[in-house]
Write a protein that binds this ligand. Structure first.
Ligand code: NAD
Length: 302
């Protein structure tokens, strides 16, 4: 293997420790800690497991956490009223509504009702606009792209002047990470290309990339011959390609694969993220960082 592994599991630990330290300092000086509310509607097992992990992580770093579970048949009106209650609650710095919501509720209407200054997921149009403007305007970058940029910075990969190619143009990964990498500032200043399903020659674009960020949701889409020797390859894809019995727990677990042919790519790339254990652990970590930032903005510390 020639590539250096960028491990999200290790970077997560570093960042969570930094957050824990900062939470303690703020508590000592200002007598407050960040407050996060998670709103889960219904009882989908996948959503429960995501929310449980978010709550566990919030406790670990010393936040106060309110878990507000609601029945699957809650009306849109009642959910909007609940969000308004937390918008006004001074002890809450971050409001997280777990998606997807039941069909009778309009996701967009709900997300747009969250106070942009408590929108720690970074999905509110105001925060999307702030991200587009860049610099001091940015409050809450969406968590997965924020995590990707942080991994690149902490791995010591040069981004200034680099050719960055982003595969995928979704609102939660492709478009925001492309926008972040093109801004002025650390971990950015790159020349960015976004490629997608209508791109004519995907391979030719990928071959130019000093930093290749792949978020397509197609297992093994990126072939080793598409990778420039020494490039930094960030594989965001999480694809369930089968099941296996866990050696640790004896339970059936999903076999996960990224969007990049990892075994071959690691012989060519300079840096690469594994799947699992790469970008995945960064998302909740950056949610915690955004919640801490929200309190710091409120206290005038940022
Ligand atoms: P999406 O389906 O919303 O978007 C995928 C994008 O990839 C689309 O813009 C599409 O045009 C492009 N694409 C798909 N197939 C392509 C192809 N053959 N050639 C070129 N472009 C192609 O997906 P998403 O929400 O952006 O997620 C992408 C992947 O990242 C998924 O596997 C998802 O599970 C994973 N993901 C991981 C995390 C995490 O680790 N924390 C977070 C978000 C998404």
């Amino acid at each position: 293997m020639t590539a250096k592994l960028i491990k999200g599991t290790e970077i997560r630990e570093e960042i969570l420790e930094e957050i824990t330290r900062e939470v303690k300092e703020i508590k000592e000086k200002h007598g407050v800690v960040p407050g996060l509310v998670t709103i889960l509607v219904g009882s989908s097992p996948a959503s429960i497991s995501y929310v449980t992990l978010k709550i566990k992580t919030a406790h670990r770093v010393g936040f106060t956490e309110i878990q507000d579970d609601q029945p699957v048949d809650i009306s849109e009106e009642d959910l909007l009223a609940l969000i308004e209650k937390y918008n006004k609650d001074e002890s809450i710095n971050g409001i997280l509504v777990q998606l997807p919501l039941p069909k009778h509720i309009d996701d967009k209407k709900i997300l747009n009702a969250i106070d942009p200054d408590k929108d720690v997921d970074g999905f509110h149009p105001v925060n999307v606009g702030r991200l587009m403007i860049g610099g001091d305007e940015v409050k809450f970058p969406p968590c997965t792209p924020f995590g990707i940029q942080e991994m690149i910075i902490r791995a010591g990969v040069e981004t200034s002047g680099a050719e960055v190619v982003v595969v995928g143009r979704s609102n939660i990964v492709g478009k925001p990470i492309a926008n972040m990498m093109v801004q002025k500032g650390p971990g950015a200043n790159a020349t960015v290309t976004i490629v997608h399903t209508r791109t004519k020659d995907l391979a030719a674009h990928c071959k130019r990339a000093d930093i290749l960020i792949v978020a397509a949701g197609v297992p093994d889409l990126v072939k080793p011959e598409w990778i420039k020797p020494g490039a930094c390859v960030i594989d965001v894809g999480v694809n369930r390609v089968g099941e296996k019995i866990s050696e640790k727990t004896g339970k059936t677990i999903a076999i996960l694969k990224g969007d990049v042919d990892f075994d071959a790519a690691k012989e060519i790339a300079g840096y690469i993220t594994p799947v699992p254990g790469g970008v995945g652990p960064m998302t909740i970590t950056m949610l915690m960082l955004n919640t801490l930032k929200s309190l710091k903005f409120k206290l005038g510390l940022m």
